[in-house]
Design a protein around this ligand. Structure first.
Ligand code: ZN
Length: 137
């Protein structure tokens, strides 16, 4: 089955090798913002002889082609990747576990536009990252 990333590449006239198709499919099917190591672990299950360098190059290529988004959440965590989608969302990062939670808040979106407007700008892109620890229960 053709993954969303593979389809985007096809639209751009980019042909994917088998290895790149595997990586594309894994990213398309992930909703946990995997890093390269995780992608490699999953890819190796599909194709045991795939190398981490191959996975790394595939990810870099997808990033350069603008079909995936790279998130550098800082701290001790490596860069994380996700498929680019039309729906905007922001991220909350659990700094203990590295878990990434997606959220969307209409008021915040409006506020971002207002802040830009009040400063004399039209907003064209934005991202918000919240770094947090779980509340004690
Ligand atoms: Zn996300």
């Amino acid at each position: 089955m053709t993954s969303h990333i593979e389809k985007l590449c096809g639209d751009k006239g980019i042909k994917l090798t088998e290895n790149r198709r595997i990586v594309a499919k894994i990213i398309s099917e992930s909703n946990d913002h995997p890093d390269v190591e995780e992608l490699y672990r999953k890819a190796a299950k599909v194709k045991p002889n795939i190398g981490i360098a191959t996975v790394y190059r595939a990810v870099k290529m997808f990033e350069e082609e603008g079909v995936i988004a790279k998130h550098d959440f800082g701290g001790k965590h490596r860069a994380r990747y996700e498929e680019l989608s039309d729906d905007h969302h922001d991220h909350l990062i659990d700094i203990n576990s590295g878990k990434v939670v997606e959220f969307f808040n209409e008021e915040i979106e409006k506020l971002k536009e207002k802040i830009a407007r009040d400063l004399g700008y039209k907003l064209v892109d934005h991202k918000l990252e919240l770094y947090a620890v779980p509340l004690k229960k």
